[in-house]
Design a protein around this ligand. Structure first.
Ligand code: GAP
Length: 449
C-alpha cells in the first residue's frame, strides 16, 4: 500500500472520478454490492485481460471456458457447499448488529486484551450488549428455477466459479484432445451472502472471480503447486505491485478448506492488515471424485504412458477481481508536492490504466479544434483515450494523473505550423515533441513495449 493511501481517500476518488459507485445509491444502497463506472469498468477489464493473457494466451497448457452461474443444485451437494459453506453468526441482543463469530474472536485476539478474551466472545464489540449463541449460516444465495417456488425448484447462485470447471472437465478434455497437465481458466461472477461485507470492495456479496483448475497426474501435484505459487506471485510484481506490499503465506492446517491438502495465499498489505488477494490450493482429486460419485459419470483420465486410468489432482489459483482492483489502486495511489500544490497520481501499470492517452488542445481556441480532433481520431483507433478541453492545461494534466493516464498529447499553436504535438509522461512529467505522422509509433513504443 502507498503510505499516502487510505480507504477513505480511495472511496472518494473512486466515486468522484467514476470508478466505483455504491449499488442503487439513490435508494440508499444495498450492503455488499457495488457498481463500476466508466473508468472502473476499464480498469476491471484490464485486470481480467492481463490475467487471461498470462494464464491462457501465453501458455500452451491452459484453455478457457465460461459456465452458467446457476447450475444443477446437486453440484453443490457434491462439492460440499450445501453442508459446509457456512460461517458462524452471532447477533447482539441490544443493538441488533450481526457479526461473524470467528472474525470477532480474531478482532478481540488482535486487541490489547486479546489473550483474555479470545477464548469466548460473549459481548458486542460495538455496544457491549449480550451476544446470542453462534448459529451456522449458509452463505449461498438461494433462488427458484421456473414458475413454481417449491423444494424441487430450488437453485443457488454459484459461490465460486470453480465447480463450473469441474463439471466440464470431461467435455473440455474430449473437445480439445489434450493431455495432462491441462488447465481450464474462467472469469465470472460469484455470489456469497456474507454476514459482514465491508472494507469497501474487499468483501462483497457479488464479485468476480478469476479461477484456474489445473489438472495434473497424482504425484506431480506438489511440484505444480509450487510452480503456480511462483507464477501468480510474479504476476502481481510484473504489474507493478510493490514488493514490500505483497507476500505469499502458507496456510496452517486448521485454516485449510475441507477439500485442500495444502494452500498458499498471495496477500496484500491493506490498511486493515495483510489480507488475501488470491488462494492457490492443492484440491487433490476431491472434486472429480465427488462429481463422479454424485453424477454416476466416469471422470477418470486414461494415462497413455502408463496404461492406467487415474483421477487427476487439481491445483487451483483463485483470485477475486474486486479485491485486486482495490489493491492495485491502493498500491498506485501517490501524492506529491509540485509547485506548491498537491498532485494526486495513480501510478498504475500502463496495461491496467483505464485511459492510456488523453488528447488535450492547449485551449478551446477555434483554430486548435480541428487538428486536436484529428489527433484524437488517430489515437482512439488504437487505445482507450479521452479528449478534454475544459479548464487550464495544468488542471487537465492533474485530472489525468489522478486516474492514472500514462500519456497526455497536447496540441498547441505551434502544431499549426510544425505538424507536431507534445507527449507528456505521467510519472516524470517529461515532455517530448513528436511529429503527428510518427505519433502512433511513439505512443506504441511507450505503451506496448
Ligand atoms: N474456488 C476457491 C475459492 O473460491 P476462496 O478463497 O473462497 O476460494 C477465492 O475465494 C478468491 O475470491 C479470494 O482470494 C478473494 O480474492 C475472492 N473472494 C472470496 N470471497 C470474496 C468476497 N466476499 N468478496 C470479494 N472477493 C472475494
Amino acid at each position: 500500500m502507498s503510505t499516502k493511501a487510505t480507504v477513505e481517500k480511495l472511496v472518494s476518488l473512486c466515486k468522484r472520478r467514476g470508478l466505483v459507485f455504491q449499488s442503487s445509491e439513490i435508494y440508499g444502497g444495498i450492503g455488499g454490492f457495488w457498481d463500476y463506472g466508466p473508468l472502473g469498468v476499464e480498469l476491471k477489464n484490464n485486470i481480467k485481460q492481463a490475467w487471461w493473457k498470462a494464464v491462457v494466451q501465453e501458455r500452451d497448457d491452459v484453455v478457457g471456458q465460461d459456465a452458467a452461474i446457476v447450475m444443477n443444485p446437486t453440484v453443490w451437494r457434491a462439492s460440499g457447499h450445501l453442508d459446509t459453506f457456512a460461517d458462524p453468526m452471532v447477533d447482539c441482543k441490544e443493538c441488533k448488529k450481526r457479526f461473524r463469530a470467528d472474525a470477532l474472536v480474531g478482532e478481540v485476539a488482535a486487541s490489547a486484551h486479546g489473550h483474555e478474551a479470545a477464548a469466548e466472545v460473549t459481548r458486542c464489540p460495538e455496544c457491549g450488549g449480550e451476544l446470542t449463541e453462534p448459529r451456522m449460516f449458509n452463505l449461498m444465495f438461494k433462488t427458484y428455477v421456473g414458475a413454481v417456488e417449491d423444494d424441487a425448484s430450488v437453485a443457488y447462485l454459484r459461490p465460486e466459479t470453480a465447480q463450473g470447471i469441474f463439471v466440464n472437465f470431461a467435455n473440455v478434455l474430449t473437445a480439445t484432445r489434450r493431455k495432462l497437465p491441462l488447465g481450464i481458466a474462467q472469469i465470472g461472477k460469484a455470489f456469497r451472502n456474507e454476514i459482514t461485507p465491508g472494507n469497501f470492495i474487499f468483501r462483497d456479496r457479488e464479485f468476480d472471480q478469476m479461477e484456474i483448475e489445473y489438472f495434473v497426474k497424482p504425484g506431480t501435484d506438489e511440484q505444480w503447486h509450487q510452480h503456480w505459487v511462483e507464477e501468480r506471485y510474479n504476476w502481481y510484481l510484473r504489474l507493478g505491485m510493490r514488493k514490500e506490499n505483497v507476500r505469499v503465506r502458507q496456510l496452517d492446517r486448521d485454516e485449510l478448506a475441507h477439500y485442500a491438502k495444502d494452500t498458499y495465499e498471495v496477500e496484500y498489505l491493506f490498511p486493515m492488515g495483510w489480507s488475501e488477494l488470491e488462494g492457490i490450493a492443492n484440491r487433490t482429486d476431491f472434486d472429480l471424485r465427488r462429481h463422479a460419485e454424485f453424477s454416476g459419470r466416469d471422470l477418470e483420465y486414461f494415462d497413455e504412458e502408463t496404461g492406467e486410468h487415474i483421477v487427476p489432482f487439481v491445483i487451483e489459483p483463485s483470485a477475486g477481481v474486486d479485491r485486486l482492483f482495490m489493491a492495485f489502486l491502493m498500491d498506485a495511489y501517490d501524492e506529491e508536492e509540485v509547485r506548491g500544490e498537491t498532485r494526486v497520481i495513480l501510478r498504475l501499470h500502463k496495461d491496467l490504466a483505464p485511459i492510456k492517452v488523453a488528447v488535450l488542445p492547449l485551449s478551446r481556441q477555434e483554430k486548435l479544434v480541428p487538428p486536436a480532433r484529428e489527433v484524437w481520431a488517430l489515437v482512439r483507433k488504437h487505445w482507450m483515450s479521452q479528449y478534454d478541453d475544459a479548464q487550464s492545461i495544468g488542471r487537465r494534466y492533474r485530472r489525468q494523473d489522478e486516474v492514472g493516464t500514462p500519456l497526455c498529447v497536447t496540441v498547441d499553436f505551434d502544431t499549426l505550423e510544425d505538424q507536431a504535438v507534445t507527449i507528456r509522461e505521467r510519472d516524470s512529467m517529461e515532455q517530448v515533441r513528436v511529429p503527428i505522422a510518427g505519433l502512433v509509433a511513439a505512443l506504441r513504443e511507450r505503451l506496448e513495449e
